[in-house]
Design a protein around this ligand. Structure first.
Ligand SMILES: [Zn+2]
Length: 200
């Protein structure tokens, strides 16, 4: 698996969007929208499976059909799989309105019959910095917006309530804590944000 990873220093800065990106890997399934797209909301996911690292998600995304823009691991490292301007396949199917209008972020977090974990402190913080950046870039309001297709941040199950994804991510996810962290990161100036990233 080691050969599939690329350290940030070996990746052209033109190939990533978020300056806090640690790794770059390419998802198999993505679309380049004709005429660009408007990014209106962020969808939060958890992996749910038993793995405590991003290995299985990496394999899944490299083989398709599922994909997401980013994954945040339990050490707070961020991997980008799909460019922000491109459409990933993280809710329903790749042609869905949700995928067309959103950024999808996975988090390594077991939640199943055998093992139920919550995100780590550094994972929450890293995800909040990433989402604050996205909200700044794309003018997305920092709110937990639970209504489908509305501007803001919400979980997979809120965007697709009749799907089988009832554990993505809400039982594991502390929304009040998370939104507070995103708001705090979003309140930083651009320069403060960059220097925070440089220290992390
Ligand atoms: Zn999900």
């Amino acid at each position: 698996m080691g050969t599939t990873w690329q350290r940030r220093r070996t990746v052209s800065v033109t190939d990533i969007d978020y300056p806090g990106t640690t790794f770059r890997a390419q998802a198999a399934n993505f679309r380049i929208p004709a005429g660009g797209r408007q990014i209106r909301y962020v969808i939060i996911h958890i992996t749910g499976g038993p793995a405590m690292d991003e290995g299985p998600a990496l394999n899944t995304f490299r083989n398709g059909p599922a994909s997401a823009h980013y994954i945040v691991n339990r050490e707070g490292r961020v991997t980008q799989f799909v460019r922000d301007a491109h459409i990933a396949n993280h809710v329903d199917n790749i042609a869905s309105a949700t995928n067309r209008e959103s950024i999808g972020i996975e988090h390594v977090n077991p939640w199943n019959a055998e093992r139920r974990e919550h995100p780590t402190d550094v994972q929450y913080e890293a995800s909040a910095r990433l989402v604050a950046w996205l909200c700044r870039q794309y003018d997305i309001p920092v709110v937990h917006a639970t209504m489908r297709h509305s501007p803001g941040i919400r979980g997979h199950i809120e965007e697709q309530p009749h799907s089988g994804h009832s554990a993505c991510p809400n039982p594991a996810w502390d929304w009040d804590r998370y939104i507070t962290l995103v708001q705090r990161a979003r309140s930083e100036t651009f320069d403060e944000m960059i220097s925070t990233l440089a220290r992390s």
